[in-house]
Design a protein around this ligand. Structure first.
Ligand SMILES: Nc1ncnc2c1ncn2[C@@H]1O[C@H](COP(=O)(O)OP(=O)(O)OP(=O)(O)O)[C@@H](O)[C@H]1O
Ligand SMILES: [Mg+2]
Length: 158
């Protein structure tokens, strides 16, 4: 039964193995509203595996997950997104051949009432976010060109 005091996310007894080697064994992890957690451990400790289970990317071999007190099965990223779980992955995954705005909205495009991609709305939202982050390039440029140039500049500045 869901209650307002239940943790936002409550993982209990999560276990997962890869090729017979245990990455997580009976892990419990709770997050309450307003809390910020830092998950610390050596390389290969299982931090990403735990996050990927909560993000719907890995199916645990055992254990359960509750979101706001309700038992959930996070079979994929969309299930996790619907439950309010979003992950910013450790590895930078951008599609070089798409623009910044298309990368930002990849898989979660804003749509018009008719169901068509709402390019104007996505462009406006992306522009706002990129301005907040201090990006000066236009968000319609392909990532490939701009990102390569930015990487070069960063290397030179080191
Ligand atoms: N998809 C996979 N296939 C096979 N083994 C995996 C997979 N994902 C994780 N593992 C293994 O599970 C263990 C935990 O890995 P995980 O990436 O969760 O650790 P981590 O704590 O995030 O490490 P790091 O600090 O290096 O990011 C490691 O032994 C890793 O090799
Ligand atoms: Mg990791």
């Amino acid at each position: 039964m869901a209650t307002s005091t239940a943790p936002l996310i409550e993982a209990a007894g999560l276990s997962i193995s890869f090729n017979g080697s245990a990455a997580l064994t009976h892990v419990d992890f709770d997050v309450t509203a307003g809390e910020v957690h830092a998950l610390v451990g050596e390389n290969g400790a299982g931090k990403s595996s735990l996050m990927k289970i909560l993000g719907g990317l890995y199916a645990p071999d055992a254990g359960s997950i509750r979101v706001q007190g309700e038992s959930v099965r996070l079979a994929n990223v969309n299930d996790a997104a619907r439950a309010g779980v979003a992950i910013i992955h450790q590895e930078l995954n951008l599609v070089d051949t798409l623009s910044a705005v298309d990368n930002i909205f990849l898989g979660k495009e804003l749509r018009t009432r008719m169901g068509f991609p709402d390019r104007r709305a996505m462009h406006a939202a992306a522009k706002q976010v990129l301005a907040q982050l201090g990006f000066k390039e236009g968000c319609a440029h392909r990532i490939g060109r701009d990102f390569a140039r930015r990487r070069e500049t960063t290397r030179r500045d080191r």
